[in-house]
Design a binder for this molecule. Structure first.
Ligand SMILES: C[S@@+](CC[C@H](N)C(=O)[O-])C[C@H]1O[C@@H](n2cnc3c(N)ncnc32)[C@H](O)[C@@H]1O
Length: 259
C-alpha cells in the first residue's frame, strides 16, 4: 500500500483548520468532547501537562489558562508555527515542539503529571508507540487521557446522513453503515463541511476498542474511566444537529493511569 504523507496532509489543512477551531465552528469540540475531557481532567492548576497532537494549540491554551504548565507536541510544523505565533501574542508559557507523538525524546522519563491527546490518537499511525511514550514520560500515578471518534460509529457514511438531518432529526434516517469493524485499516476523512474556509483531506486509522485497550495494557496502563460524551441542552439549542449524539455517540473518552 502507498505510504501516505500524513504530515503533508495536516500541513496543507492547517490554515483552514485554524479558522475552523479558532472561530467556534468546531462545535463538536466546544459542546461535546471538551466538556467531558475537562470534567475528567478536573483541577489542573499547577499540573505539568503534555498535549499530544496539539494542533494549533486551542486546548493547550485552555489548560494553561486553568493554571497548568503545558507542553504541546504535533508533527505538523505548520500547526506548531500557528501555535507559537499565538503564544508570542498572548503569552501563557506554553512550549511547543514539532515532533512525532511516538518520539518524545525532549521529555525525560517520569516527569509529566498528565498526558492528554484530544482527538488525535486515531490520526497517529504508530499509536502503540505513542502510548508507550506517554507512559514513559508520565510520573507514577500520572494520567493519560484521550478522546477519539467512537470506533463503532466512525464510518464516513454517517456524514451523508448527517447532511440529510440538517433540518429535522428523522430517526429512520439514522443508519450507520459499519464496515469491517474488526479489521484495523486507514481511511480518508473528507473535510467538506461548508463551515470550512477550504476543504481538505486527512487520514485516520480505524482500530477496534480492543486494539486501544490492548495497547494501553501492553504499555502497562490501567484504564480508570471510559465516557461516551453527550451534548448539553445548551449545545443542542445552539446546534440542533447534535441531537443525534443523544442517540449515537460521536466519540469515546478514555482515562488510563500509570501504575
Ligand atoms: C484532529 S487534529 C486534533 C488537534 C488538536 N488535538 C485539537 O484538538 O485541536 C489531529 C492532530 O494530530 C496531529 N498528528 C497526527 N499524527 C501525528 C503524529 N504521529 N505525531 C504528532 N502529531 C500528529 C495532526 O497534525 C493534527 O494536528
Amino acid at each position: 500500500m502507498r505510504k501516505l504523507n500524513l504530515k503533508k496532509q495536516w500541513d496543507q489543512a492547517t490554515p483552514s483548520w485554524v479558522d475552523f477551531v479558532r472561530t467556534g465552528k468546531d462545535y463538536h469540540r466546544d459542546e461535546l468532547n471538551n466538556p467531558t475531557m475537562f470534567e475528567i481532567l478536573g483541577n489542573i492548576s499547577g499540573k505539568k501537562i503534555l498535549d499530544l497532537g496539539c494542533g494549533e494549540g486551542y486546548n493547550a491554551r485552555i489548560m494553561a489558562k486553568k493554571g497548568a504548565k503545558v507542553w504541546g507536541v504535533d508533527f505538523s510544523k505548520k500547526m506548531i508555527d500557528f501555535a507559537i505565533q499565538k503564544e508570542k501574542k498572548d503569552k501563557l508559557g506554553i512550549v511547543y515542539h514539532p515532533a512525532d507523538a511516538y518520539n518524545l525524546k525532549m521529555f525525560k522519563n517520569n516527569t509529566i503529571d498528565i498526558v492528554v491527546c484530544f482527538m488525535a490518537l486515531q490520526d497517529i499511525r504508530d499509536y502503540q508507540k505513542a502510548i508507550k511514550e506517554a507512559y514513559r514520560v508520565l510520573l507514577k500515578s500520572g494520567r493519560f487521557l484521550f478522546s477519539i471518534p467512537h470506533p463503532c460509529f466512525e464510518t464516513t457514511e454517517k456524514q451523508n446522513y448527517k447532511r440529510k438531518l440538517k433540518d429535522k432529526l428523522k430517526e429512520e434516517m439514522i443508519h450507520f453503515k459499519v464496515k469491517d469493524y474488526f479489521n484495523a485499516h486507514s481511511y480518508t476523512v473528507p473535510w467538506k463541511m461548508k463551515r470550512l474556509t477550504q476543504h481538505f483531506e486527512t487520514t485516520s486509522f480505524h482500530r477496534t476498542l480492543t486494539h486501544y485497550v490492548d495497547a494501553l495494557r501492553d504499555a502497562k496502563f490501567l484504564i480508570s474511566r471510559v465516557k461516551e460524551p453527550k451534548p448539553s441542552k445548551k449545545g443542542i439549542r445552539k446546534h440542533p444537529i447534535m441531537k443525534l449524539h443523544l442517540i449515537i455517540p460521536q466519540s469515546v473518552v478514555v482515562e488510563a493511569v500509570k501504575l
